[in-house]
Design a protein around this ligand. Structure first.
Ligand code: KG4
Ligand code: ZN
Length: 346
């Protein structure tokens, strides 16, 4: 039960991140977590531009590593391994991170560990709350949406997920449709707080089908149609229209997530976990209405509901360092042939 000190790197989407996590007898501790967002760089393009992202990662990775080590007060000699997101994600960014980690490993002799980005998110409740396996995880972000039973750092059962857009993507697109600022999630949530969710009857896609799969792209299209109908009718949208559309949209997302969570919980609880836990991660887990509804669902199953602090819910390198520590403890080591994988399902 040796103490492990791990450097983590993350660069699979639009955040360049480095962190130091120490796992000792008293549990894990985040010694530093540096995140450089790229939102401003992509703002004018209506989405993340892979080439711009890769260049920005390449520029920021080494200084992020230096900052993470300085802030944690550790040198290379204090580290046990370097862990890096080796997929899935935008290949240019993932490659930048993997190259940086290989350079560090080659220069210092430290072991190298490739980490699945989704596993990083999925293990976060263990980093923040020491949750025992197996637990249920709902991963909801701008790029991902899936239910997982988490059994170990490399042992996941996927119960279902979105068949098209992720909910965060839908929030962002709806915000764009209604002329709200990006990222759309917080903007739509703010508008929804003053809206009437009952005015527009929006679809709850796939709710009538069995299983845990979800769909959000039709919902976004329904918002587009409702908007266009209002524009055709009276030439534009009022503040009230906007708020009501946001409220209707958010209520539909909440309903779908809640019902599918009930189904996922039923499957998970069949295994009789000693202390049932449902945890969320990903940027959409910041949404108050979604959190509140999931808490209600958890209570129905007498399960504990866990939402890590937002900084660890969204993309960061502490989760990669922590997942690296669990893998290291199991004996996982990667060589200089570690590949960057654009696709890598759990
Ligand atoms: O996990 P994240 O930071 O990045 C990845 O997608 O990997 O998630 C960002 C997503 C964005 O789509 C953003 O609109 C959404 O999370 N989001 C929210 C809220 N805050 C952020 N969605 C709904 N409600 C929110 N309050
Ligand atoms: Zn992520």
């Amino acid at each position: 039960n040796k103490t492990l000190t791990i450097l983590g790197l993350e660069s699979s989407c639009d955040d360049t991140a480095a962190a130091i996590v120490r796992v000792g007898p008293d549990g894990p501790e985040v010694l530093s977590s540096i995140v450089h967002g790229q939102t401003a760089l992509h703002e004018d393009f209506g989405g993340v531009v892979p080439e711009i992202a890769a260049r920005a990662h390449a520029e920021k990775l080494d200084t992020s590593v230096a900052a993470a080590m300085t802030e944690a007060g550790v040198g290379f000699g204090d580290l046990d391994a370097v862990a890096v997101t080796s997929g899935p994600g935008l290949i240019g960014g993932v490659l930048s991170g993997v190259m940086c980690a290989k350079g560090i490993a080659a220069g210092t002799g430290l072991p190298l560990i490739g980490v699945n980005h989704l596993a990083g998110h999925a293990l976060t409740p263990r980093l923040t709350d020491g949750v025992a396996y197996p637990y249920l995880m709902l991963l909801v972000s701008g790029g991902h949406c899936q239910f997982l039973i988490v059994r170990g750092p490399e042992d996941f059962t996927r119960l279902g997920g979105t068949i098209d857009d992720a909910p965060g993507e839908a929030f962002d697109k709806v915000a764009r449709l209604l002329g709200l600022v990006q990222p759309g999630g917080p903007a739509v949530e703010r508008e929804a707080a003053n809206g009437d969710a009952g005015r527009f009857r929006l679809p709850r896609p796939l709710l009538d089908r069995p299983g845990c799969d979800m769909s959000f792209s039709g919902l976004k299209t329904a918002v587009l149609r409702a908007r266009d109908a209002l524009v055709a009718e009276k030439g534009g949208l009022t503040r009230r229209d906007r708020a009501d559309l946001c409220a209707g949209f958010q209520a539909a997302v909440v309903d779908v997530l809640a019902e599918k969570t009930r189904r996922a919980m039923a499957l998970y609880c069949q295994e009789n976990p000693a202390e049932p836990v449902i945890a969320v991660a990903g940027g959409v887990a910041a949404n108050g209405a979604i959190r509140a509804e999931l808490e209600t669902v958890a209570a129905q199953f007498e399960a504990r509901f866990l939402a890590p602090p937002l900084k660890l819910c969204t993309d960061n390198a502490a989760m990669i360092a922590y997942a690296g520590a669990e893998l290291f403890a199991l004996g996982r080591r990667d060589g200089m042939d570690l590949a960057a994988r654009p696709r890598w399902p759990l």
